[in-house]
Design a protein around this ligand. Structure first.
Ligand code: ZN
Length: 345
């Protein structure tokens, strides 16, 4: 079977995608109209052109503009539902999406934290009903905001919302702004209460940031972690403990971590036996989808059906679902893949 067809049929799980960064231009237009926010363009094409990221300040500008369009529970419900509709289109059965609540509260748009989770919960429920897909949330501390209030509020919300789909505490933003170790007390608190830890590290900063994630934040997964390739001891540690890496290839190229996909360490990490997963990060901003990430990797690195199956099963095993639900999902994925893949020769 051609790789594209195999990838299209393959059931998928995605672990690293940002709610705000996944909003499609058409949805953003709806939100902007609803909330009377002026956007740089008023058509899907115009917005797509503006969306296509060209440097980091532009990326931040797009992000803040998107956030300013989310103002009510209904808005959060809409974008959560759209995330589910996109899953159905790409045969993604399960997604853990990152939400950054504090930056919404900081924008002083009169939004209460309760409205955020009520909207997310409504969208998640409607997506399950209409598309049969499952969503969970990772609440994210933005490391550019180093004041303790940000980490305090985010961690407390994550703990309060465990029974509304929150599974982990994350850490994003510019790694140059604050070290991962700075956030250790909050991650300790989250872990002690049963939440998982999945900080962004080893993307802009080098291996030392991944070591901090492992030692100080007790990371269960690493967001990105690609620069672990620069430290053989770290690679050995990640291999031994099978700590999954959430790799976002196109995002890494767009943000200049690697000059091209050919130069990306993906294939080395995979062949070394690390638990590598494939993700899309902020798909419309990087002009990609999860399906396209798999396609680009398959083409660039000549991945075969065994590789693709291993990658999709890595994602299932790396979810923050209870063990029995993971096992069930893995069995279901294997059954489906075996129903259409060519017999092993
Ligand atoms: Zn990310």
């Amino acid at each position: 079977m051609p790789a594209d067809a195999f990838i299209h049929h393959m059931p998928k799980a995605e672990l690293h995608i940002h709610l705000e960064g996944a909003i499609e231009p058409a949805t953003l237009l709806r939100l902007a109209e609803r909330n009377r926010v002026a956007l740089p363009a008023d058509t899907v094409d115009g917005l797509q052109a503006w969306f296509t990221f060209h440097d980091f300040p532009h990326f931040v500008e797009i992000y803040l503009t998107i956030q300013s369009c989310l103002r009510s529970a209904d808005d959060f419900s809409l974008v959560a539902y759209e995330l589910g509709a996109d899953m159905a289109r790409q045969n993604i059965r399960y997604r853990e999406a990152t939400v950054t609540p504090y930056t919404h509260l900081l924008q002083e748009k009169g939004l209460a934290a309760e409205e955020i989770i009520a909207g997310l919960e409504d969208g998640r429920r409607r997506a399950r009903r209409d598309f049969g897909v499952e969503l969970r949330w990772i609440l994210d501390i933005h490391r550019n905001l180093t004041m303790p209030a940000v980490a305090n509020v985010t961690t407390q919300l994550a703990l309060d919302w465990v029974d509304r789909g929150v599974v982990a505490l994350g850490l994003s933003g510019n790694e140059a702004t604050a070290s991962a170790a700075h956030f250790a007390p909050w991650f300790q608190r989250a872990k002690a209460a049963g939440l998982a830890s999945t900080p962004h590290t080893g993307e802009i900063a080098g291996p030392s940031s991944v070591w901090q994630a492992v030692h100080d934040l007790h990371a269960d997964r690493i967001g990105h972690g690609v620069r672990s390739i620069e430290d053989p001891h770290l690679l050995a540690y990640l291999l031994e403990h099978q700590i999954p890496l959430e790799i976002n290839p196109t995002s890494n190229v767009c943000l200049g971590v690697y000059r091209s996909l050919e130069q990306h360490p993906f294939i080395h990490l995979l062949r070394m036996g690390l638990c590598v997963t494939v993700n899309s990060d902020d798909p419309p901003l990087f002009n990609t989808t999860l399906t396209q990430e798999f396609q680009r990797l398959a083409e660039t690195f000549d991945l075969d059906e065994n590789d693709l199956q291993a990658l999709t099963l890595n994602a299932v095993r790396s979810t923050f679902l209870p063990a029995d639900e993971k096992r069930q999902m893995e069995e279901e994925f294997v059954r489906q893949i075996e129903s259409y893949r060519e017999p092993l020769s």
